[in-house]
Design a protein around this ligand. Structure first.
Ligand code: HEC
Length: 100
């Protein structure tokens, strides 16, 4: 289990990250860096409460992001992350992680 301290650390980092780009013109590198802070460089991370993205199918990843964005799937972090992303961003990011 991820302890509270660690998850607070992540949330702080996350809010700093989202303040550093504007959703409308976010470039892919910055978005990827934000994802990697939690999910790991190549989609694999050491935290039990964060799922690995590597090896997931493109369709699965895209559907999860769409579900976070439209509220069907709820998570304190991912719901906010997904709402910042355009459909184009989601396509690029999920393609990247599915190819790791
Ligand atoms: C602050 C940490 C954090 C950041 C930043 C973050 N994620 Fe997540 N992500 C999570 C957590 C925690 C979950 C698990 C949510 C749950 O339990 O439903 C998750 C779940 C997911 C899932 C669903 C995976 C599955 O197996 O169902 C996808 C896809 C995903 N994230 C993609 C991304 C992408 C793309 C980005 C960057 C734009 C990103 N995440 C940024 C923490 C993060």
């Amino acid at each position: 289990m991820m302890n509270k301290r660690v998850s607070r650390y992540f949330l702080t980092g996350f809010y700093l990250c989202i303040m550093s780009f504007s959703a409308a013109s976010a470039d892919l590198d910055k978005l990827q860096n934000m994802c990697m802070a939690c999910h790991g460089d190549n989609g694999v991370n050491p935290y039990q409460s964060i799922p690995d993205l590597r090896g997931q199918s493109l369709v699965y990843l895209r559907n999860q992001m769409a579900a976070f964005k439209n509220g069907e799937r709820q998570d304190i972090t991912m719901s906010k992350v997904a709402q910042l992303l355009s459909d184009d961003d989601i396509n690029k990011l999920t393609k990247y992680f599915s190819e790791q």
